[in-house]
Write a protein that binds this ligand. Structure first.
Ligand code: NAP
Length: 282
């Protein structure tokens, strides 16, 4: 078994992006800029946004860190998003979810211009993904694909099983695997005999949010296992897969933490650079 070291791969990607940004700027372009919008004072969200802004600075991008009071109205957030849409210094916009309850986060996200939708979550980005047209893809699914790519996993004709069908993770990963010519099964809470479905997977992606739901003996010998789950169990971060038992059968497997998690910010940076280049090309 080989461990997929997401931390090391994410660092590799970040170094590549830093070099690409430097080249882009040296060629006379403005550094790409990422605007983050955080409404309220949820401590976890503040940590996430801080991490994204720090990562931006490290690769030479500009960061625009907008922090709004918890009682900011939906109309005020919408106005800020429109202002950022119109600002040429801003290449990408990220509305940190979830906002306070009086704000409909997913609906407000739709206000972000498709070319700046670096989270890849607006209906337009979703449509572009499913039609395999150029556009910005959701970061965590992109991160999973990058891990597979860097380990030369041949997806063409492979049986891929994705457990989870959320708009954020499960559905877009299924779409990306399908585009890579895998034969994809998307399982969910109503799937009958999940164990048997998982056992046929050459590539098994767990994106559920239930600690250790996927048992070791559900993993086919020689399978590749990507564990997106991030769950707290006895105060520790753990995945959706029973790691030790699964690792005995898998050919490649991601740990939690240190697998998919670090890839998400790396892919956000890549999306921001892609958005900046696409904006300059029009
Ligand atoms: P979500 O929106 O809650 O979706 C969970 C999915 O799992 C749903 O489709 C649900 O099925 C399915 N499910 C729930 N219980 C199941 C069961 N017993 N058997 C089979 N399927 C079941 O969660 P999410 O946003 O996709 O996130 C999934 C996990 O990934 C979470 O642990 C989250 O923290 C983690 N995550 C990690 C990253 C990262 O950067 N590493 C990023 C995003 C999310 P139904 O549709 O039928 O309800």
């Amino acid at each position: 078994m080989t461990l997929i070291d997401g931390k090391a791969i994410a660092q590799e990607v970040r170094n590549e992006i830093r070099d690409e940004v430097a080249e882009w700027v040296a060629a006379g372009n403005e550094a790409p800029g990422l605007a983050t919008v955080l409404v309220g004072d949820d401590p976890a969200s503040a940590v996430y946004v801080g991490g994204k802004q720090k990562a931006c600075a490290e690769v030479g991008m500009r960061g625009f860190d907008h922090r709004l009071a918890a009682d900011t109205s939906e109309a005020e957030v919408r106005a800020l998003l429109h202002q950022l849409n119109a600002d040429p210094a801003v290449s990408g916009i990220l509305l940190q979810l979830p906002p306070p309850p009086h704000i409909d986060g997913p609906k407000l996200t739709e206000e972000i211009a498709p070319g700046k939708d670096v989270d890849g979550l607006t209906p337009i980005s979703t449509g572009l993904l499913h039609k395999n047209l150029p556009g910005l893809r959701p970061c965590t699914p992109l991160g999973c694909m990058e891990l597979l790519k860097r380990h030369d996993v041949d997806l063409s004709g492979a049986e891929a099983v994705v457990v989870g069908r959320s708009d954020l993770v499960g559905k877009p990963i299924s779409a990306l695997l399908l585009q890579a010519n895998a034969t994809v099964t998307t399982a969910h809470s109503r799937t009958k005999d999940l164990a048997e479905v998982c056992r046929r997977a050459d590539v098994l992606v767990a994106a559920v949010g239930v600690a250790h739901l996927i048992k070791g003996d559900w993993v086919k010998e020689g399978a590749v296992v990507i564990d997106v789950g991030m769950n707290r169990l006895d105060g520790k971060l753990t995945g959706d897969v029973e790691f030790e038992a699964a690792a005995e059968r898998a050919r490649l497997i991601t740990p939690v933490p240190g697998g998919v998690g670090p890839m998400t910010i790396a892919m956000l940076l890549r999306n921001t650079l892609q958005a900046a280049k696409a904006a300059a090309a029009v």
